[in-house]
Design a protein around this ligand. Structure first.
Ligand code: SF4
Ligand code: SF4
Length: 368
């Protein structure tokens, strides 16, 4: 059966505006019927890396928070810390960056909680028994929430072609260990020229996998459990992720992680994709390049596969921005994401999502 995807474009008049349309979208996905009094509601978004300006505007989140409160539940805004070392690599710097980017409690009307703890390792193992992964490591507060409202900025991504609802769930709800599993098949590596032998990584590693000799640290891959913690604790940024996973496998693992993040909440969660400022790269970048198409609209669905399929279809229907990084596919109906990343088959994430029963690629687009 086709899934319903509700949609508004960005044409407004004196009779309506983006917020009244957001109300209609939330009515379309029947948010009210999914929420019980005092439920703890995880509003999962990306707060944006420092320097990025394409992330979602806090006022949109405020409106979603207000709606949840109207139904007498308790919303919180949430994300997980990053695998790479940047301005969101632990909960403290992540919260500081989020506030700098405008997501203060006083603005958005709800507390901010980093779902995987201060060091990215507060997580639960969820059994999923999927083709690539039997279990996944999901941020604890995602597991503990009663339902998820996934709010994604839909844009390009260098490994998955685009990032939307599936990526917001799969990568965005994974612990650091889960992110490392998705990106790499091997242990991190220590860059000799950067290591000063301070021993911080060795003290941190709970598995005795770091050997220190002659003021140089080395990871013993036999004992490494791939938690990724040493990457964040090294003051020299000497511990490097080996980003060796191929795009197709990366996408499949990401989708299986999305399955794990949603487990037990499949019928209760809702997804919103803001297809605006469609930058070629992720909001994890510390810059935002020019949009590849004009702003498209906002989509809402109960199906994370259908909403991403509809979002990519709507983007591809637009004429490409000739001043952007888009190299090909500029015409209406042509593939914008392959136009930016010709080597990436973004359909893998949608196909795999459908194959494992996460959702349906067929949809009815309902304009509100
Ligand atoms: S924490 Fe970094 S600098 Fe210190 S020993 Fe480990 S790898 Fe070397
Ligand atoms: S990834 Fe985790 S287990 Fe492996 S060496 Fe680093 S801290 Fe130890």
């Amino acid at each position: 059966m086709k899934s319903k995807v509700f949609y508004t474009d960005f044409r407004f008049s004196s009779k309506d505006n983006v917020f009244s349309k957001l109300d209609l979208l939330l009515k379309g996905v029947d948010l009210k019927s999914k929420i019980k009094k005092n439920n703890l509601i995880a509003i999962k978004l990306h707060f944006g890396e420092r320097g990025n300006t394409a992330y979602l505007r806090p006022i949109f989140l405020r409106k979603i928070v207000d709606k949840v409160k109207e139904y007498q539940a308790k919303p919180f805004l949430t994300d997980t810390s990053t695998l790479y070392v940047g301005s969101r690599a632990d909960a403290v710097s992540h919260l500081v960056t989020a506030v700098e980017n405008g997501f203060a409690h006083v603005v958005v009307g709800a507390p901010l909680i980093i779902a995987d703890g201060i060091r990215g390792d507060t997580a639960k193992e969820i059994l999923i028994n999927q083709p690539l992964l039997n279990k996944v490591s999901i941020a604890a507060e995602i597991c503990n929430a009663d339902l998820i409202i996934g709010v994604a900025h839909f844009k390009g991504h260098d490994l998955s072609g685009f990032g939307g609802a599936l990526k917001n769930l799969g990568m965005g709800c994974a612990s650091r260990k889960g992110k490392l599993v998705q990106h790499s098949t091997i242990s991190p590596r220590i860059e000799e020229s950067l290591c000063i032998g301070c021993g911080e990584c060795q003290s941190f590693c709970a598995f005795g996998a770091i050997i220190l000799a002659n003021k140089q640290a080395r990871i013993d891959s036999e004992n490494c459990r791939g938690c990724g913690g040493c990457i964040a604790v090294c003051p020299q940024n000497a511990v490097k992720v080996q980003w060796n996973e191929d795009s197709a496998t990366f996408q499949k693992k990401m989708v299986e992680y999305a399955y794990g993040a949603l487990k037990g909440k499949e019928k209760k969660s809702v997804f919103l994709n803001f297809v605006m400022q469609v930058s070629p790269a992720c909001d994890c970048c510390e810059y935002s390049d020019l949009s590849i198409v004009e702003d498209v609209g906002i989509l809402a669905s109960n199906d994370p596969v259908a909403i991403d399929q509809a979002s990519v279809d709507l983007v591809n229907l637009q004429p490409g921005n000739p001043n952007s990084t888009l190299k090909s596919g500029l015409g209406k109906g042509e593939d914008k994401f392959r136009g930016v990343y010709p080597q990436i088959d973004w359909e893998v994430q949608l196909r795999h999502g459908e194959e494992i029963g996460l959702g349906d690629r067929r949809y009815d687009l309902i304009k509100v």
